[in-house]
Design a protein around this ligand. Structure first.
Ligand SMILES: Nc1ncnc2c1ncn2[C@@H]1O[C@H](COP(=O)(O)OP(=O)(O)O)[C@@H](O)[C@H]1O
Ligand SMILES: [Mg+2]
Length: 279
């Protein structure tokens, strides 16, 4: 269980993370959503002890996160937003190095590497230099590396950025499989569709603050399950309704083309973040 208590990070005049208070349960697939600059990466970096909170704290299974507490750190695996593999080493060597740094014995390292290359579909590329890999293969290798020391929590910061749709879907299956096997997954993304498909609960962040926290279904329901879209003064506008009939009634007096459809999490997200921006 991960508990955020008044977690805050200030950089000069910017409050990157502003007083987070929430919990992520064991075995959850949790999504941290928000536009660029919302504070997602800073939150992940504090979870991973790469940066210390300005105030507040993070507790994992009741113990306060601190870069000196190796026992808590070993529970976490991280796939950072930035690609940080060793390009001049093979896939195997990248995993070997990570296992070595985490103090895994040689035979255990070999076994884990074989399993994880198999799991990520990279077995036949094991002996190739990572610089020759595609973006998708590098992401998969980063996931394999994060899992080498058998963490209980996997943090993934925008793991599917820049991947083509087919590869992204394969990554989703990979992540789903991990969570099914009991791993707690914390994913940040600005692809809202991805979170809607994968996450059991999502937290919406904007300007460092958590503005909503619930299941995707409940968030959609709360903000209106049907959208009426219309074009006015050069822009597409939306209105939200609880039922399709209410949307139809509202559209009755409109001229020009209108579109009524079920709302998705992205609609909800845009509605909520815009509202906050306008305020
Ligand atoms: N090391 C840093 N120094 C100064 N400002 C930072 C630093 N890291 C992040 N920020 C600022 O904090 C805010 C949140 O950034 P970040 O956590 O990277 O957001 P996200 O990952 O949601 O895009 C942004 O305004 C960003 O410019
Ligand atoms: Mg980020």
């Amino acid at each position: 269980m991960i508990v955020f208590e008044n977690l805050t990070k200030v950089y000069g005049t910017i409050t990157a993370v502003d007083n987070l208070n929430f919990e992520i349960g064991k075995g959850e697939f949790f999504g941290l959503l928000g536009p660029n600059g919302a504070g997602k990466t800073t939150t992940i970096r504090m979870l991973n002890t790469l940066t210390a909170p300005t105030s507040g704290s993070i507790l994992i299974d009741g113990r306060k996160m601190d870069r000196n507490v190796t026992e808590v750190k070993a529970k976490i695996g991280v796939v950072s937003q930035h690609l940080n593999l060793e390009g001049e080493m093979t896939a195997w060597q990248n995993l070997e190095l990570h296992g070595f740094l985490y103090g895994l014995k040689k035979d255990i390292r070999r076994k884990r590497i074989e399993e994880l290359l198999e799991f990520t579909g990279l077995s036949d590329r094991a002996k190739e230099m990572v610089r020759t890999f595609s973006g998708g293969m590098k992401r998969k290798l980063m996931i394999a590396r994060a899992l080498m020391h058998e963490p209980e929590i996997l943090l993934m910061d925008e793991p599917t950025v820049g991947l083509d749709p087919a590869v992204r879907r394969k990554m989703w299956d990979l992540m789903k499989g991990l969570n099914k096997n009991g791993l707690t997954v914390v994913l940040t993304t600005h692809y809202i569709e991805e979170a809607e498909i994968l996450c059991s609960r999502v937290g919406l962040m904007n300007s460092g603050k958590l503005i909503e926290l619930d299941t995707p279904q409940k968030l959609i329901k709360k903000n209106g399950e049907f959208v009426l879209e219309y074009f006015e003064n050069g822009e597409t506008r939306s209105r939200f309704f609880n039922t399709r009939q209410e949307a139809i009634d509202s559209a009755a007096g409109m001229d020009g083309s209108v579109n009524i459809r079920p709302a998705n999490l992205e609609d909800t997200f845009i509605k909520l973040t815009n509202r906050k921006v306008e305020n």
